[in-house]
Ligand binder design. Structure first.
Ligand code: ZN
Ligand code: ZN
Length: 365
């Protein structure tokens, strides 16, 4: 069996359809086939080997004087007798021109559609940006409200102080530590866990399912080439057909464990000063005093601490307590009008009536 298939064509002048490819003039109206002819296959009709052997592989040429298509073997137009010129278009040139025109029209339409779509997108984007802008302004306003320092006027309603003296006693205590202090009386040493190190213990094998494309078999694919003269040639090639294959991959994952690190710990008794009580004093005036505690023979005074506060009332009637340095606190009187710049973390700068600014910390309401 040959690979040549008979083509057919339709007459555009009289609408006669299905005219055989080897017929050059329309049986309906007698006009020769012209530049708008496009061959097609009907029922895949193979020519006999004998017929196929006579089929040319060259396309018909187009006579631009009378518009007829002529066989490649003709040197003069069958319609008007004009000489075949080297510049004459053939069937394929005509098809290419037609395709180019169709492509250009499609491209023009795509460009128009694209432009319309772009305009639509730009509009939507503009709306979104305005939306973002409004949201961003709102968020910034909220953040500013939270984090920006707030300045408010306040009046001092109370000043207060608290002082404390730690009282220590010389005692014998039992302790343990990683080092033995001087003067300690060692009882025993133990090997104990000081900390943990992360060490590689082993690897764990994990099985991961994966997929890949592999060739399963080949398939013959047929294509039909328009010879441009009323016939088609069948060409075939083999194409691979893929299947998805599942396979298992081994992955080694390290597993760590905590390894204890041991060190010597000392257990001992030692004589040392230990805080046993405090001696406290307080007042709501500007005369802070330290107590004069009575000490036993094995006691002594330890650290002294003092807290100096002011209570203020804001314009809205809200009260707040601030802790100040003693020297700054000394300069604040009940009834003073203050300007307080409050930060969100509790820190504050307080402007005194004299214009001086002091640092303070809000410790309560
Ligand atoms: Zn016709
Ligand atoms: Zn002609």
């Amino acid at each position: 069996m040959s690979k040549i298939i008979r083509g057919y064509w339709d007459c555009s002048s009289c609408d006669t359809k299905g005219i055989r490819g080897d017929v050059r003039n329309c049986p309906g109206c007698g006009k020769p086939r012209g530049d708008d002819v496009k061959f097609y296959i009907k029922d895949k009709e193979y020519l006999s080997d004998e017929e196929a052997a006579k089929v040319s592989h060259e396309a018909d040429w187009f006579c631009e004087y009378c518009g007829a298509l002529n066989a490649a073997s003709e040197t003069k137009c069958k319609g008007c007798g004009a000489e075949k010129a080297a510049s004459d278009k053939d069937y394929h040139d005509l098809r290419r021109e037609e395709q180019a025109k169709a492509d250009a029209a499609a491209a023009k339409k795509a460009a128009r559609d694209n432009a319309a779509l772009e305009a639509q997108r730009a509009q939507a984007k503009k709306k979104r940006l305005i939306g973002f802008g409004i949201a961003a302004v709102a968020i910034i306003a909220i953040l500013m409200a939270i984090f920006m320092p707030k300045t408010s006027d306040a009046t001092v309603t109370q000043v207060a102080w608290e002082r404390s003296i730690a009282i220590e006693q010389y005692q014998n205590v039992e302790e343990s530590d990683w080092e033995l202090p001087e003067g300690a009386n060692l009882h025993e040493k133990k090997n104990e866990v000081h900390h943990y190190d992360q060490v590689l213990d082993h690897y764990e094998t994990e099985y991961v399912e994966k997929t890949r494309e592999v060739i399963d078999h080949y398939e013959t694919v047929y294509e039909y080439e328009d010879l441009g003269n009323g016939n088609f040639e069948e060409v075939s090639h083999e194409e691979p057909v893929y299947v998805t294959e599942t396979y298992t991959e081994e992955v080694e994952t390290p597993v760590y464990r905590d390894k204890p690190v041991y060190q010597t710990k000392y257990y001992y008794d030692i004589d040392k000063w230990v805080e046993v009580r405090t001696s406290d004093s307080s007042g709501k005036d500007h005369n802070p005093k330290w107590n004069e505690p009575t000490l036993a023979s094995d006691e002594r005074e330890g650290t002294r601490t003092g807290v100096y506060t002011i209570t203020v009332e804001m314009k809205k009637g809200k009260a707040s307590v601030y802790e100040l340095e003693e020297s700054a606190w000394n300069g604040v009187e009940v009834g003073d009008s203050l300007e307080i710049k409050q930060h969100h973390d509790g820190a504050a700068e307080i402007k005194l009536p004299g214009g001086e600014t002091i640092q303070a910390t809000r410790i309560g309401e």
